[in-house]
Design a protein around this ligand. Structure first.
Ligand code: SF4
Length: 251
């Protein structure tokens, strides 16, 4: 749990549980795996957090954007028994905006609370798409009702083309039910390259469809090759000017 965080598109993190199972290429260098191993813990073991962490957000009176679960996956099967209580915490903290990002969107439908309706107003639902192989995660997201749908292209390790989700509508071009896009390169010593061209294409597609885009970081590979001072390439001042875009979704 963190009342503050280094993740630039959120204000805080809450992990109702920690531990996970790797599901795809984007998980290769998962920071949770790295840190748990460093502390002698098994990252594959799914562990319910303490009450102090689980219920922390109920005590935070100032509105926050809260990213859950940054050290797991909210829709993990092993957490099925705990999720309804987590939904209660989310529902009972309307002052906060909860950001739920998953690599298991095929499980979203069966894991929503009974009173989800058109989506809780304080929940933004997102999927990670780290490469074109995982574009098939997007339909699960956009056919689920939610106040905000977002996609996180991070760590971007391959060209991702969103053309299939762009269509004409009333004389404009729109991105189907996608309200926000995050893009970023990978962190860490063994980071894979995010070609700047890939980010530029995503930015162009968001611009032409008027979808807010948040460029989070260049990634360690680019930071190293461009001689940036910040190892993850997350200092916006060091980026090419045309990539310095950090927009948030309209609520
Ligand atoms: S889904 Fe997320 S938390 Fe789970 S292994 Fe992959 S990167 Fe790590």
């Amino acid at each position: 749990m963190g009342k503050t965080t280094n993740i630039s598109w959120t204000d805080a993190t809450v992990n109702f549980w920690t531990g996970c199972k790797k599901v795809s290429d984007g998980c290769r260098d998962c920071y949770m795996f790295r840190d748990k191993k460093r502390w002698g813990q098994d990252p594959n073991k799914i562990t319910l957090s303490s009450d102090a962490t689980f219920y922390a957000a109920l005590k935070w009176k100032d509105p926050k954007r809260i990213f859950t679960c940054s050290w797991s996956d909210f829709f993990l099967e092993e957490a099925d028994a705990w999720r309804n209580v987590a939904w209660q915490v989310i529902k009972n903290t309307p002052q906060h905006t909860w950001q739920i990002l998953t690599k298991r969107p095929e499980r979203i439908g069966r894991c929503l609370p009974d009173d989800w309706g058109r989506g809780y107003k304080n929940v933004q639902l997102g999927v990670t798409v780290e490469s074109s192989k995982h574009l098939d995660r997007i339909p699960y997201l956009i056919y689920t009702p939610a106040a905000v749908h977002f996609i996180s292209l991070e760590p971007l390790i391959d060209m991702v083309d969103l053309s299939d989700f762009i269509m004409p509508c009333a004389g404009k071009r729109i991105m189907a039910n996608i309200d926000w896009v995050i893009v970023g390169g990978e962190s860490g010593r063994t980071a894979r390259e995010m070609k700047l061209k890939w980010a530029e294409i995503i930015i162009k597609q968001c611009r032409e469809t008027n979808v807010p885009i948040f460029v989070k970081q260049m990634g360690a590979y680019t930071a190293h090759h461009m001689g940036m001072g910040n190892r993850a390439g997350s200092n916006i001042e060091e980026w090419p000017e045309h990539l310095r875009i950090q927009q948030m979704p309209k609520i």
